[in-house]
Design a protein around this ligand. Structure first.
Ligand code: ADP
Length: 231
């Protein structure tokens, strides 16, 4: 049985509704809210500031640190607030996805901290986190080569789709493949590519293409949100 109609009625290449707001946390140097469908993220940036302890400093470039956390009420069953293995790993993956777009060489001895909280999870939270973090970094005035846009693509029971929601991730017939992608358009560089599931080479290529086109659409919206903030 192939996947003929999406659970939420979207076209196969259609994103969920996106909403974003830049500057949502007064005490942060930069912050943003990013929502895609029911997945909602808040990111707050602190820095660049002098890194302590001194032994962690890098003289010729700044250090970026990312902390991805799921709030206890972000999923149906209460999430233990203690950071788990998944959150620690995703923090690293998110940091790496963001890093290449930042002019870190301008911030020797400094650190930029990005705190990311999943307020509500409905799949695609790592991708939405990258978008929220990138907006917050721009809001903090951190010089960047481009904003980093991110979305997942994948395969549900043989059909390549853009931006899986949780119902699709949990689809029980056939294989489900989830492929989170982050893309920096100005560098034409994919800075996050993961894959969960089994797919053919053709499906992987098609999903990657669809994911990149989704990132480009999201980037346009991110730029609109930033322009609105700085208008
Ligand atoms: P990602 O796709 O980046 O892994 P998710 O939003 O899927 O992010 O995941 C966060 C965690 O929350 C996962 O463990 C996932 O199983 C769970 N989760 C996501 N959406 C829901 C939901 N609607 N109901 C229950 N659990 C969910």
């Amino acid at each position: 049985m192939a996947y003929k109609k999406r659970h939420d009625g979207r076209k196969f290449d259609e994103l969920r509704e996106v909403e974003m707001k830049v500057g949502v946390v007064d005490s942060a140097d930069g912050s943003a809210m990013f929502r895609i469908g029911r997945t909602k993220i808040i990111a707050a940036v602190y820095g660049p500031k002098l890194l302590h302890p001194q032994r962690l400093r890098e003289t010729d470039k700044g250090v970026l640190r990312a902390y991805y956390r799921m709030l206890p009420f972000s999923v149906g069953d209460r999430k233990n607030p203690r950071p788990g293995r998944r959150e620690i790993e995703l923090s690293m993956v998110i940091k790496e996805a963001l890093e290449s777009s930042i002019f870190l060489e301008e911030f020797g001895n400094a650190v930029i901290d990005v705190h990311i909280y999943v307020v509500q999870a409905d799949a695609g939270s790592r991708c939405a986190s990258i978008c929220a973090a990138s907006l917050a970094l721009a809001n903090a005035g951190v010089p960047m080569k481009d904003v980093v846009a991110s979305v997942s693509a994948g395969v549900v029971d043989g059909q390549v789709v853009l931006d899986l929601n949780y119902q699709e991730e949990a689809h029980e017939e056939g294989y489900v493949v989830d492929m989170p992608i982050a893309y920096v358009e100005n560098l034409d560089k994919v800075t996050l590519l993961q894959m969960d599931g089994i797919a053919t080479e053709e499906q992987v290529k098609e999903a990657l293409k669809l994911g990149i086109s989704g990132c480009k659409k999201i980037k346009e919206e991110m730029q609109k949100a930033l322009r609105q903030k700085f208008a």
